[in-house]
Design a protein around this ligand. Sequence first.
Ligand SMILES: Cc1cc2nc3c(=O)[nH]c(=O)nc-3n(C[C@H](O)[C@H](O)[C@H](O)COP(=O)(O)OP(=O)(O)OC[C@H]3O[C@@H](n4cnc5c(N)ncnc54)[C@H](O)[C@@H]3O)c2cc1C
Length: 455
Amino acid sequence: MIEELRKIVGDKWVITGEERKLYSFDGFTAVSGEPSVVVLPGNEEEAVEVLRYLFSRKAKVVIRGSGTSLSGATVPLQGEVVVAMTRLNKVYSVEGYEIEVGPGIANAMVTKSAPKDLFYAPDPSSYVVSSIGGNVSHDSGGMRVVKYGPTFNSVLSLKVILTNGEVEEFTPSPFFNPTSIFVGSEGTLGAILRARLKLVPKPKARKTIVGVFQTVGDASRAVVGIFKAGVVPSALEMMDKTSVSIVERSRYKAGLPLAHVLLIELDEDLEESIARVVKVIRDNDGEFFEPEDDAPYWNARKGAFPAMGVVSRAYLTLDCNVPRAKLPLILSKVEEMSRNKGVTIANVFHAGDGNLHPLIPFDPDDKASLRKAIEVGSEITELAISLGGVPSGEHGIGLEKVKFLERYYNATDLEVMERIRKAFDPHGLLNPCKSFLKEKCQPKDEVFRWLWEWD
Ligand SMILES: Cc1cc2nc3c(=O)[nH]c(=O)nc-3n(C[C@H](O)[C@H](O)[C@H](O)COP(=O)(O)OP(=O)(O)OC[C@H]3O[C@@H](n4cnc5c(N)ncnc54)[C@H](O)[C@@H]3O)c2cc1C
């Protein structure tokens, strides 16, 4: 097999030695696996040839983008072949409000390749490195979801290769649009070869207001109040006091006051919207400032995950969503849990769409501390579901959230999903062990028991 793969992509792009271990994990550092071999096709033709060959051999395959998944969606647990799509990073066309790109292109490069007056709205904080293939497969969000929606709202059509070796173009259709099934499918249905994406006009002006609050309750009530006041911000992020204190000790420091902070970006009806937001902040006992240069504050927000390195070598990133109105309740419960269980929990998240990211540090050399982090994380995610929320807002299920599927979906929902998966991949070749197939994967590591089973 290795010789055949080398013939297609060249020796340099088939990795068999120690270096392949770099592809054994992703942004969810609690677990890792080991690929049998890693292949990096250089263009679409090579990708098609590699995948057709692997599928014809019934080889198990993990498709990978930039490997920033925070749910372990790229981890090869059964010695799968990892096919990394990062070299397929071409811009094929830019026409009107549409751009067609290869799956390996980094998110940031899409706006850079667009006409000056347009931009690509989905903006995960990993936008400098994460790929469009990964963004589509996780239906990634980011700070502008609150106004522009997640990746789903920006995907027009997809070109994919299926496990039967056929290349299909999924284009918009008024009836049974298969593109939508692919968005969020985490590499389990086929490999994306191209994506045609929607661009939107850049706003004429943007304004950032920084809201500063002494309690997390006031800050989260202000989030609810902003929408009640009829304002739809283009971004509304929260960094709680713990996360501010960590960021301010890191290279991302911006001079934020040690408090619970809202970063509110407005991009339309500026005068009226600013007045309404300021009133809401004051009504909720907050203070505010309007920075001349807002870049350091957004940089601090975007750097808040890596800044965790200041307190710990590893951490879990939760991703549950709650209806906005439940933010005050869940945040007070999370504060309580942190106090009662003696676990640091830093909250930095997309408050405008109720998408929480509690960050829970653990010591990667101490399994007991990982177990505790998983237990606390499970409790928070269960609480979110019980409040009408969902287990994942944007990071996906991967290996991390398998057990929550059965809490969130009923048996019929899960069966329908599994049937869709089998229709696309009858031999279970793509990303086995992810999402619904846990019973077929029995990794020895006890971490998977903590992740996959309820006590
Ligand atoms: C610091 C940091 C900040 C982050 N911030 C955000 C955020 O704000 N919002 C957010 O939503 N996410 C965020 N993420 C998570 C992550 O960046 C996203 O999930 C991202 O979309 C993953 O892209 P990737 O290219 O790294 O994909 P990978 O991690 O390589 O893969 C992710 C999934 O996509 C599948 N896949 C990749 N390419 C293809 C393809 N061509 N065809 C089919 N399947 C494919 C893989 O099999 C896997 O299931 C963050 C991550 C980090 C490390």
